[in-house]
Design a protein around this ligand. Structure first.
Ligand code: NAP
Length: 386
């Protein structure tokens, strides 16, 4: 499983876990009715919560997986009064659940209740853009955990209660961390249809930018005293971490001070960049968190952005109309020279243009991250005759 596909793999696990919890709840409900031993009210409350969360997490996770795997459209699918429709549907499902709690022998209600929960899972996720799926998956993780926790109460199983509560709270904490790092609220993630606004390519093409070859970029790097490397999702896609290690070694040997700036939501999972760079044995003390390194960009000669986009977009600081306005970013635009390795002028996951690319001090280095860094390394020894 490539690391870039871990979010959708995780979504699949949640779908299976949630379905298992919901099916155990369904079986327990019908079993008690068949034996004419209706469950006590407390157990019914737990069972209703278990099946409601389990079924909606099952379909919701499948939708999230489909979006991340690009089997389904990544853009938010929206229509008029969508939130009202979703709320009404959820309210009907909840009302049926309450009825089941008080009249558990009304077995005809159960399939309708389960069907509504399954449908709600789909409708909850389709208006959310692909860029928010990692956060949504963490939230669905939390729902699956809560469903398992409720199952523990329904079956009187302490282990399930504890394991489910741990899973539920860790998923919630993770999604809170992600929302904080993007400076977005839960409501905005769940109901904001983020990622809908797309900058037209025509508009992007009208603006001019400068590009450079590997040879030119190598000569700039070689004469720099300090370089800050900013890795992003493209680094993971290209699996360029080992080549970046070689570039790091090569520059350090020349006396260039090289640091890595880590944005908390660079890539597709928290810690994604740390794991990739650790894979290539890049010394941990060279990795700097966003808040610690932002003050250093002003004094650095070159900010070398490798496959990162949204996390460097100055619009987050300056453009109030931008969907990422308010998201803390790495201040790469403050470096003396900015070099960006990516394959095209295409936007990143948020689907918006990046003003950084059109600045006078920015050089676009077009190519796959691994291939371009390999070229850079080749050019560097040539410069000093190594
Ligand atoms: P990004 O904004 O998605 O940009 C990645 C860039 O990499 C793209 O613009 C792409 O441009 C380039 N790229 C792709 N394949 C490449 C390759 N083989 N070689 C070179 N470049 C390549 O990524 P980011 O800056 O890391 O930002 C992460 C995004 O994910 C943010 O929007 C964040 O909010 C979101 N997110 C992250 C998390 C998390 O926990 N990490 C959670 C929720 C949301 P080209 O196509 O032109 O090459």
């Amino acid at each position: 499983m490539p690391m870039t596909a871990v979010p959708q793999r995780t979504a699949m696990s949640h779908a299976c876990g949630a379905l298992a919890a919901a099916l155990v709840g369904t079986a327990e409900y019908y079993r008690s009715n068949q034996l004419h031993e209706p469950l006590p009210t407390f157990a019914m409350v737990a069972l209703v919560l278990e099946t409601l969360l389990g079924f909606l997490t099952f379909t919701g996770s499948l939708m999230a997986m489909g979006k991340l795997q690009e089997v389904l459209p990544q853009r938010p699918i929206t229509y008029r009064n969508q939130n009202a429709v979703n709320f009404t549907l959820f309210a009907i499902a909840a009302a049926l659940g309450v009825r089941l709690i008080f009249v558990p022998t009304d077995t005809w209600i159960f399939p309708i209740f389960a069907g509504l929960a399954l449908l709600f899972g789909v409708l909850l996720i389709i208006p959310i853009g692909g860029a928010d799926m990692p956060t949504v998956i963490a939230l669905l993780n939390s729902y699956a955990g809560l469903s398992a926790c409720a199952m523990g109460f329904a079956l009187g199983n302490n282990l399930l209660v504890v394991a489910g509560a741990l899973d539920g709270s860790s998923g919630l904490i993770l999604s809170i961390i992600m929302c904080k790092a993007m400076n977005r609220s839960f409501t905005n993630v769940l109901f904001g249809a983020f990622g809908q606004i797309q900058t037209s390519h025509a508009q992007a093409q009208q603006r001019s930018y400068r590009s450079a070859s590997a040879e030119e970029a190598a000569s700039i790097l070689e004469s720099a005293t300090s370089v800050i490397i900013v890795p992003g999702y493209g680094l993971a896609v290209a699996q360029a971490q080992h080549k970046i290690r070689e570039l790091y070694d090569s520059l350090m040997r020349r006396g260039v001070d090289v640091k890595f700036a880590i944005h908390p939501v660079a890539g597709r999972m928290p810690g994604h960049m740390n794991v990739l760079l650790a894979e290539a044995d890049i010394p941990y003390d060279r990795l700097w968190e966003m808040d610690d390194i932002n003050g250093e960009f002003g004094q650095c000669d070159v900010a070398l952005v490798i496959g990162a986009n949204d996390v460097t977009n100055p619009a987050a600081r300056t453009d109030k109309s931008s969907p990422i306005y308010g998201m803390p970013i790495l201040d790469v635009d403050k470096a003396r020279t900015v070099m960006v390795i990516k394959r095209s002028m295409n936007p990143g996951f948020a689907g918006i243009d990046n003003d950084l690319y059109y600045m006078d001090k920015t050089l676009m280095l077009f190519g796959d991250a691994k291939a371009f860094v390999t070229e850079l390394i080749k050019e560097l020894p040539a410069k000093v005759g190594v």
